[in-house]
Design a protein around this ligand. Structure first.
Ligand code: HEM
Length: 115
C-alpha cells in the first residue's frame, strides 16, 4: 500500500486546521476561547509533525537536509503563536504578519528546496 498520498492529505488538512484556528485566535483573542484553541492547534500541529516526518521517512530524505530544518523552525513558530496572542493581544498585527511569513517560507522550502 502506498502511504505517501495519505501523509500528504493529513499534512495539508492539519495545516489548514492549524492555520484557521490560529487566525481565529488573532481575530478574537478572548481568553475564554484559549483552552479550546490550544487543544485544536496542539492536535493539528502534532499531525503536521507526524505526517511531515512520515513523508521524510518514506521518501528517504535525511532530517538534517537544509529545507527540512527551515520547515521545522517554521512549524515551531506557527505552532506557538496562538498561545502567545492570548497573553499579548496587542501584538496580534505583528504576530499575524510573522505567521504569514512563516507559512510562505515553509511552502517555498518544499517547492523550491534551495538547500
Ligand atoms: C515538522 C515540520 C515539517 C516537516 C518535517 C515537513 C515535511 C514535508 C515533506 C517531507 C513533504 C513532502 C515533500 C514531497 O512530497 O516531496 C511536505 C510537503 C508539504 N509541506 Fe511540509 N513539513 C513540515 C511542516 C510544514 C509547514 C509548517 C508547512 C506550511 C505552513 C508545510 C507545507 C507543506 C506543503 C504545502 C507541502 C506540499 C504538499 C503536496 O505537495 O501535496 N509543511 N512537508
Amino acid at each position: 500500500m502506498d502511504r505517501l498520498p495519505y501523509y500528504h492529505l493529513l499534512h495539508l488538512f492539519s495545516l489548514f486546521v492549524l492555520t484557521a484556528h490560529t487566525f481565529m485566535a488573532f481575530g478574537n483573542p478572548d481568553p475564554a476561547n484559549r483552552k479550546r484553541t490550544m487543544m485544536i492547534t496542539g492536535i493539528a500541529s502534532l499531525f503536521v509533525f507526524i505526517s511531515g516526518f512520515g513523508m521524510l521517512h518514506l521518501l528517504k530524505i535525511p532530517y538534517s537536509t537544509g529545507w527540512v530544518i527551515v520547515k521545522i523552525v517554521c512549524w515551531l513558530g506557527i505552532s506557538s503563536v496562538a498561545g502567545i496572542v492570548y497573553r499579548r493581544a496587542q501584538w496580534r498585527g505583528l504576530l499575524s504578519l510573522i505567521t504569514l511569513l512563516l507559512i510562505l517560507t515553509a511552502v517555498y522550502m518544499v517547492y523550491f528546496r534551495p538547500f
